[in-house]
Design a protein around this ligand. Structure first.
Ligand code: PLP
Length: 432
């Protein structure tokens, strides 16, 4: 892209020193073509690249920038924490405060342990579920992504799917055989696995709204039936709310759908953008983790004071401003309705999935309810659409298999800008 010359030069240099030039695969733009943008700064609804170009943000650091970038209240909390040093490796009052707040906000969480990423949260959660139940197997859903832990890199979504490596080399057969695969929104596929592996399944882990094969909504009753099955079979139900936690509602997707899992994994938003993850759940399960219980899990930087300060400021704000969720819903609905209008005007029957402030436009006319239907999307067309949107100043996730995230910083004028860019980009994609 000629307009991003500095990004191009940086990418060339980056590839000499960093595998693929990036520190997380989707960032390389491989699925959409062109060079990745190197980002210099961001504020409110905008992100700026190294060439000084301005884009409207619909990634928002893959979720956490729920109030837009460089929010002053969060920045202020970080500044205050900075002057008291960066890390102690010892307990702090801030960790107690944020734990109390998370327990208050997330229905399933009676106790919570802080870690440093979503990946760490999910890896730790399944270890605990296995230790607690004395069972080895887990059930995950095709196309769901739970970070890059070995047990989850089997039919994984997100970057693994985008890069064509949903089953990663390096995961041993022994590990892979303990991860059983079900189809999203298909309770029969789960029941079958449970029956075939009677008393062997420790946990079922699911994104209660999938965001890593694009945005996919749980069908009516699906989560409820999973809950019932887990109760009948003494299986631990884990909701991976790394994306949906504090985003879809104050208490995440579990509050929105009224289904309470045994354990929940969280990330991103609880650090206000700094590297934080957490796992929590029923007290009797959480008390099975070290130092009270026998399941080991630890971290030098866990509960880092600066990250806790940022997270606490963010969560406290969300906890006391319920209007954030109506605002997010309104902005997203306006964008989605605008895109739907464009599609109708152009006689395009593409599928648009939407829950709260997450949405995806799939380049397929199939209803998208699971990995298989998501895979019918025309990814080449999506790539072209992505590049056209970028040229028009809209920063989308660089893959068909990712959800978009809206922030409260998006104004009505920016909604119009996004919808207009969508109209023009769709037109250009289909004129070819
Ligand atoms: C649902 C879900 N779980 C886990 C993860 C992994 O989190 P992290 O990238 O912080 O390791 C992600 C990352 O996007 C995610 O979307």
């Amino acid at each position: 892209m000629a307009f991003a010359e500095n990004s191009k030069l940086l990418f060339e240099k980056a590839q000499k020193f960093i595998p693929g030039g990036v520190n997380s695969p989707v960032r390389a733009f491989k699925a959409v073509g062109g060079n990745p943008l190197f980002i210099k700064s961001a504020k409110g609804p905008y992100i700026y690249d190294e060439d000084g170009n301005q884009y409207v943000e619909l990634i928002n650091s893959w979720g956490p920038m729920i109030l837009g970038h460089a929010n002053e209240m969060v920045q202020h909390a970080i500044e205050e924490a900075l002057s008291a040093s960066l890390s102690f490796g010892a307990p702090t009052a801030r960790e107690v405060a944020i734990a109390e707040l998370i327990v208050d906000m997330v229905p399933s969480v009676e106790k919570v342990r802080m870690v440093n990423s979503g990946t760490e949260a999910t890896m730790s959660a399944i270890r605990l579920a296995r230790g607690f139940t004395g069972r080895d197997k887990i059930i995950k859903f095709r196309g769901c992504y739970h970070g890059h832990g070995d047990s989850f890199l089997i039919a994984a979504g997100s970057g693994a799917l985008t890069m064509g490596t949903p089953d990663s080399p390096g995961v041993t057969q022994g590990t892979a055989k303990d991860s059983l695969l079900a189809a999203y929104n298909n309770i029969e596929s789960v029941e079958k696995l449970v029956q075939e592996n009677k008393d062997k399944v420790a946990a079922i882990i699911i994104e209660p709204v999938a965001g890593n094969m694009g945005c996919i909504v749980p069908e009516e009753g699906f989560l409820q039936r999973l809950r019932k099955l887990c109760d009948q079979e003494n299986i631990i139900l884990i909701f991976d709310e790394v994306m949906t936690g504090f985003r879809l509602a104050r208490g995440g997707a579990q509050e929105l759908y009224g289904v309470i899992p045994d354990m929940t994994t969280l990330g991103k938003i609880i650090g206000g953008g700094l590297p934080v993850g957490a796992y929590g759940g029923r007290q009797e399960i959480m008390d099975y983790v070290s130092p009270v219980g026998p399941v080991y899990q630890a971290g030098t930087l866990s509960g880092n004071p600066v990250a806790m300060a940022a997270g606490f400021a963010m969560l406290q704000y969300l906890n006391t401003h319920p209007e954030v969720y109506t605002q997010l819903e309104k902005i997203t609905s306006d964008i989605v309705e605008g895109i739907q209008h464009n599609l109708r005007q152009m006689n395009l029957s593409y599928t648009l999935n939407h829950v709260g402030s997450m949405f995806s436009l799939f380049f397929t006319s199939h209803e998208v309810t699971d990995f298989q239907s998501a895979s019918t999307s025309d990814t080449a067309k999506f790539g072209l659409y992505f590049r056209k949107m970028l040229e028009k100043g809209i920063y989308l996730a660089p893959s068909q298999y990712e959800a978009l995230f809206v922030s409260t910083a998006i104004t009505p004028d920016l909604v119009n800008k996004i919808v207009q860019a969508n109209r023009e980009a769709l037109k250009e994609v289909h004129e070819r």
